[in-house]
Ligand binder design. Structure first.
Ligand code: URA
Length: 252
């Protein structure tokens, strides 16, 4: 089912639900955000991703940041490639602006297509655990994809589809300005940094995208299929924490 006209409001409520919010105050006050194990922002130059215009006091940054909101609107109206014909919803990505980390996956699956949110299915649940293990919450990072519409049957997006969508991602990255990017899986790695090594060889390596360090690692969906690779993904995420100057979780 396509989103109704008030899709942004529904997406916003979905976002709050995803963050564990069960009651939305009608007074306009900021709802409490659960932050189990959340790492507090370290410096004043590393703000929590809660800023929103007074007109929309608790809107998440991906909806309240003008540039990002207008890119999302362009994506919603995009018919540049065949994926538009079969999508239910576009999935521009969601999360913080100016985060420490931006995660980039391949493209929406069935759950993401249904909800218009990135990484909300089984792979997303594992990604949430990976983010938590790093000491962050989902709302403290940005989560997006190479392509913004679901490829039918979850097939890999074609090079043309990826190339057609890349300008949106580039513009998002320019606004989001993450300290680091983590590419999840071979498609993200190919799409963002044109790396042709197989992911098993490329993982753990750093690249750059427009001056931003990029860590290459496995896609959570692959880790669900082959749990023996989780330890390598964790090594990669620890390298990210080290590069950010963050302490490693206790016991590591
Ligand atoms: N896999 C992806 O690459 N992206 C999503 O948003 C969900 C699953």
């Amino acid at each position: 089912m396509k989103k109704p006209l008030n899709a942004q409001a529904l997406e916003y409520l979905q976002y709050l639900k995803e963050q564990g919010v069960t009651h939305v105050p009608v007074s306009g006050r900021q709802p409490a955000r659960p932050a189990p194990g959340a790492r507090a922002p370290k410096t004043p130059s590393d703000p929590a991703p809660t800023a929103a215009p007074a007109s929309h006091p608790s809107a998440p940054p991906h909806l309240s940041t003008p540039g990002l909101a207008s890119i999302a609107a362009e994506i919603a109206a995009c018919h540049a490639c065949p994926l538009a014909a079969t999508r239910k919803n576009t999935v521009p990505g969601q999360g913080a602006i100016h985060p420490d980390i931006m995660f980039i996956g391949e493209g929406p699956g069935a759950d993401e297509d249904e909800q218009g949110l990135a990484f909300v299915g089984r792979a997303g649940q594992l990604l949430t655990k990976m983010i938590a293990a790093m000491g962050y919450t989902r709302q403290q990072v940005f989560i997006g994809n190479i392509v913004k519409c679901r490829p039918p049957g979850n097939r890999v997006p074609t090079p043309d589809e990826m190339a057609g969508c890349l300008p949106y991602l580039k513009r998002q990255i320019a606004i989001i300005q993450p300290k680091l990017i983590v590419c999840l899986g071979a498609t993200a790695v190919r799409g963002l940094v044109a790396e042709t090594l197989p992911i098993g060889k490329a993982r753990g390596q750093w690249r750059t995208f427009e001056g931003i360090p990029v860590m290459l690692t496995f896609h959570p969906a692959y880790l669900l299929r082959d749990g023996s690779k989780k330890k390598y993904a964790w090594q990669d995420l620890k390298a990210v924490l080290a590069r950010l100057g963050n302490p490693l979780p206790v016991g590591e």
